[in-house]
Design a protein around this ligand. Structure first.
Ligand SMILES: [Zn+2]
Length: 152
């Protein structure tokens, strides 16, 4: 049976919650369900509208979005800085994923590096057939680095 997008996203969330000793929340799961039904990418406002029948507080939606970004379920697009709306997009279940993640603010940026993809695709493994891969590069983003420099 083919897993739905929600199944994959939920597994990812479950793993994140367990690894970080967080509490499960039924509301958060419902928010994730709504996200999987939304056209991608979407804004927080669109999600709020979709969640109206659930009667969840705005803060809960905001917190859930942040957690989903940290759990690598959503990608928050920072290219729209200066605009009021951050665009969110489901990245779960995607074939190959490469991302640069700021450890301080959690900002996730997609990494496009054809050389890395080529290298991994062309690599031969004994007794193993690779299908897709995920690469996370952790560090400090430009914004945080500038803020830290100001503080110092
Ligand atoms: Zn940062």
């Amino acid at each position: 049976m083919r897993k739905s997008l929600f199944d994959i996203a939920y597994e990812q969330l479950h793993r994140y919650i367990t690894e970080n000793n967080l509490r499960h929340s039924a509301k958060r799961t419902q928010i994730l369900q709504e996200i999987c039904l939304l056209p991608q990418p979407f804004t927080e406002e669109q999600l709020e509208q979709a969640c109206e029948p659930l009667h969840v507080a705005r803060a809960s939606i905001f917190n859930a979005l942040n957690m989903f970004v940290l759990a690598q379920i959503l990608h928050a697009d920072s290219r729209h800085r200066g605009q009021t709306h951050t665009q969110y997009e489901l990245i779960t279940g995607r074939g190959t994923r490469m991302e640069v993640i700021c450890k301080q603010c959690g900002r996730v940026t997609e990494l496009r590096d054809k050389a890395i993809v080529k290298m991994i695709k062309e690599k031969h493994y004994s007794n193993f057939e690779p299908q897709h891969f995920t690469l996370f590069v952790y560090g400090e983003c430009k914004v945080c680095r500038q803020q830290n420099a100001k503080k110092a």
